[in-house]
Design a binder for this molecule. Structure first.
Ligand code: OGA
Ligand code: MN
Length: 288
């Protein structure tokens, strides 16, 4: 079958048809898929009713699936599956105040996945199993385009600088439970370049992840937080954004190295079941 790649025509994103992730993926097809991914930053694959095992297998077309460091969100059945879901492992809907819901709630703010790791995830592949009809859109920003469009005065504030990314920030902003001592020890804060070079495309992008950022090298904390807000306000302008309205069994692939994302609010009493695999990073971010 021919692969058909249809760009959405905006800042980023394309839909891909002509493939069924349940079929074996040839090396040529992998090359084609990765080229489309690098060009469009996010790819939507409609109509992929995969099991979790098939989802993990499909992830190998793009890289190695990662096993998340916290048990609360990890599937108890398939360890590579991260449950972005308001339904627990026993299929019961969770109250908004449940610690897992508090933590997932942080995804309502712009971020890029696992930027708090020395080697952050390269990409994520999210499967919409039971989608929300009352919001729950996933929105993406093209951070190459943001960097390119930044006025020189704003570029000067980030050029050559590093930002602090700390997993523990979640518990400060989202009322998620505090990490355990063990989690904290396994996940010390990291300093990441604020302008990075993509290892495949060679393009520069702004690299921030506001739900985890709590400092900038050489700046007072208050000034740093103000700058993160200024950068976020600049980045979230409509011309840099794609909003995905889910259909059941969409698979959505994004590149964490050059995009940010968030989910829009949704009715917490309505089931939303999304399973994610995360693709192991290809090395620490390269400073521009
Ligand atoms: C994620 C995430 C957004 C969503 O899976 O990393 O931020 O739409 N999810 O649930
Ligand atoms: Mn995320």
């Amino acid at each position: 079958m021919e692969l058909t790649v249809k760009p959405f025509g905006g800042a980023l994103g394309a839909s891909v048809s002509g493939l069924d992730f349940r079929d074996p993926i040839t090396p040529e097809r992998k090359t084609e898929l990765n080229a489309a991914w690098m060009e469009h930053l996010i790819l939507v694959f409609p109509d992929q009713p995969l099991t979790d095992e098939e989802h993990v297998k499909a992830t190998h077309a793009f890289g190695e699936p990662e096993v998340f460091h916290q048990n609360i969100i990890k599937s108890s059945r398939v360890p590579e599956i991260f449950r972005v879901s308001n339904v627990d492992d026993n299929d019961q809907i969770m109250e908004p105040k449940h610690p897992t819901m508090q933590q997932l709630g942080s995804a309502r703010k712009w971020h890029t996945d696992s930027s708090y790791r020395p080697n952050p995830a390269m990409g994520s592949l999210l499967h919409g199993i039971e989608i929300s009809r009352t919001g729950g859109q996933t929105c993406f920003i093209n951070m190459y385009a943001v960097y390119d469009a930044m006025p020189e005065s704003l570029k000067a504030k980030v050029e050559g600088k590093r930002a602090r990314h700390d997993f523990e920030m979640l518990s400060r902003i989202a009322a998620a439970r505090k990490p355990t001592d063990e989690e904290r020890a396994s996940m010390p804060a990291v300093w990441q370049p604020m302008v990075r070079v993509h290892p495949v495309t060679g393009r520069k992008s702004l690299y921030i992840s506001p739900i985890y950022n709590d400092g900038i090298e050489g700046m007072e904390d208050d000034a740093a937080m103000t700058l993160f807000q200024e950068l976020t306000d600049f980045a979230e302008q409509e011309q840099f954004v794609y909003r995905h309205t889910w259909s059941p069994h969409d698979m959505l692939l994004w590149d964490n190295r050059c995009t940010m994302h968030l989910v829009t609010p949704h009715d917490p009493t309505e089931r939303r079941v999304m399973h994610r695999t995360t693709i192991v990073g290809d090395g620490p971010p390269i400073a521009a």
